[in-house]
Design a protein around this ligand. Structure first.
Ligand SMILES: [Zn+2]
Length: 278
């Protein structure tokens, strides 16, 4: 990635402070802004999907998909995965967290049973998309805790991902967007970047906007140059399988906000390529 020569550290620090302050303000204003978001999000999504992105052909390249939670792979690129498998292309999937926090602090939730349920759901959903269980890897890191990993655990996760990159050598990688408006999603992106640097393998990285468009109308998380690079893939031929895979996440669907799932049932998927030096 091209770096500016002008004092990057203070600028990064200012950006991080601004991000933290704006998130806090948005949290306070959330009840007021929610109706605005619910009205705007599908419209922005439609605009991104049909006007503000460039159509691409299915990349016939082997791919590693890194999902922070069970379901992110299906929401973000389930159609792409199914179409790649139809074309005989090798796809592996990593589920990064153990999923134990998906029901928050709902009383009576057996979190250990929930993690097993989520694993079973993921394997069945991913199987519908054409990927066998042997190509699904679970890192079992703490759900809602990726940003707070201690150094030893973070290094271990990076090493596991780097090892997979070295052995599998995918031509492409898909991961949630670096500003995907969820701490685990953004942390998964950073772990991925560290793993790519450690493995030193050349590959193309595409970011899935699973939450940032839906969450973001009140604070745009995308820079103009991100928007200019937006790509869309027509996945209508795989939408029915993607819908079936989504439906298999039965433990998750009831806890997702109204309207959230609909953005992944439009027949197209959006990707933002990461600029890389290699
Ligand atoms: Zn997620």
């Amino acid at each position: 990635m091209t770096q500016s020569t002008a004092t990057p550290a203070p600028r990064a620090a200012r950006r991080s402070v601004w991000r933290a302050v704006s998130r806090r303000v948005l949290r306070v204003l959330a009840p007021v802004l929610r109706p605005v978001r619910d009205w705007q999000a599908p419209r922005i999504h439609q605009w991104m999907m049909h006007q503000a992105s460039k159509p691409i052909e299915l990349p016939g390249k082997s791919a590693l998909v890194i999902a922070p939670h069970h379901d992110d792979e299906t929401f973000g690129c389930g159609g792409l995965i199914a179409l790649k498998r139809d074309a005989g292309v090798h796809v592996k999937i990593v589920i990064v967290t153990d999923g134990r926090q998906s029901h928050g602090s709902v009383p009576g939730t057996d979190v250990d049973a929930l993690t097993q349920t989520r694993k079973r759901e993921a394997l069945r959903a991913i199987n519908i998309l054409g990927v066998a269980g042997e190509d699904v890897h679970f890192l079992d890191l703490p759900d809602q805790g990726l940003l707070k990993l201690d150094e030893a655990r973070r290094k271990q996760a990076v090493a596991q991902l780097a090892d997979l990159l070295r052995t599998f050598r995918p031509e492409e990688l898909y991961v949630n967007h670096r500003t995907d408006r969820h701490p685990d999603h953004e942390a998964a992106y950073r772990l991925t970047e560290s793993a790519i640097a450690e493995a030193a393998v050349p590959l193309r990285v595409n970011q899935n906007p699973n939450r940032l468009i839906w969450k973001g109308p009140c604070r745009v998380s995308l820079r103009p140059k991100d928007l200019a690079g937006a790509l869309r893939l027509d996945v209508r031929a795989a939408q029915e399988r993607k819908d079936r895979a989504i439906a298999l996440y039965a433990s998750q669907l009831p806890v997702l906000p109204p309207g959230f799932v609909g953005q992944f049932q439009q027949g197209y998927e959006l990707f933002f390529p990461t600029e890389r030096a290699n």
